[in-house]
Design a protein around this ligand. Sequence first.
Ligand SMILES: Nc1ncnc2c1ncn2[C@@H]1O[C@H](COP(=O)(O)OP(=O)(O)O)[C@@H](O)[C@H]1O
Ligand SMILES: [Mg+2]
Length: 275
Amino acid sequence: MENLASASSTSLDNSSSDFAILDVRNISVSFGGVRPVQDVSFKISENSFTSVIGPNGAGKTSLFNLISGMNKVSAGEIIFRQQAIQAIHPHKIAQKGLIRTFQGAKIIKRLTVAENLMMAVQGNPGDNLSGFLRIRARRDFEAQARAEAMRRLDQVGLTKFADEYAGILSGGQRKLLDLSRALMAKPSLLLLDEPFAGVNPTLVEKLIMVLGELRKEKSMTFLLIEHDLETVMNISDRVIVMADGKIIADGLPGAIYENEVVIDAYLGSRRKEIK
Ligand SMILES: Nc1ncnc2c1ncn2[C@@H]1O[C@H](COP(=O)(O)OP(=O)(O)O)[C@@H](O)[C@H]1O
Ligand SMILES: [Mg+2]
């Protein structure tokens, strides 16, 4: 792998005061003869914004499947907040604050927009109580979830749809809802898989603006998959480039933009896609 980070190693290698919230160590996965992720390693600093880019089929979603526990590694370790998670059930990983979205937004069309968000709140209030206390605990929990849902909807400009069925939202609005839903779980590490794909330019701008605001809050770490480097240039502290299951470059967005290896891998794959 070409390391473009040498000029700014303090901000990227995490060996100094930066706390590595995620430490991916030599992970691989194979399905029969296919090896979508091969010996991939990187560390992610807390409160940073890293984008993973690469052509279709590079292994980006497969990498997220491993980190979120949906697929198990064939080799290697994944350390999240200093705990090995590679053998842990995906729900347990989510409960620890590692939340992901999917390439196709998974909303529930027959629930309202607000209900889609409220569902994502973690916790089972009142389970240890009985009778009226239990009812009250649940009611308070629901009221808080609704208030939080309304805050999130306001943030992405979907307030007016709160009590409409989610099925009426456009593709782009569903992506905004999907992001809001992920945020409802109060992640410390959020993995976003192609949040901009199939979204119209106006809503892409909106999404990028929302992510920029969240990033300023410095309360969350982002790992975002995108196939187009230019879309994530300004929002990313760092860009990791994947091709054929491996990391081919890792560094500051500006350096990645001008990197010959990346340009070759990209233009090559784009030409194939255009044909
Ligand atoms: N469960 C699986 N079984 C077999 N092949 C898979 C599986 N998951 C992913 N792959 C293959 O791994 C490669 C990488 O896919 P993917 O991770 O979806 O790439 P990306 O998200 O970068 O477009 C593809 O060739 C894909 O067909
Ligand atoms: Mg993908």
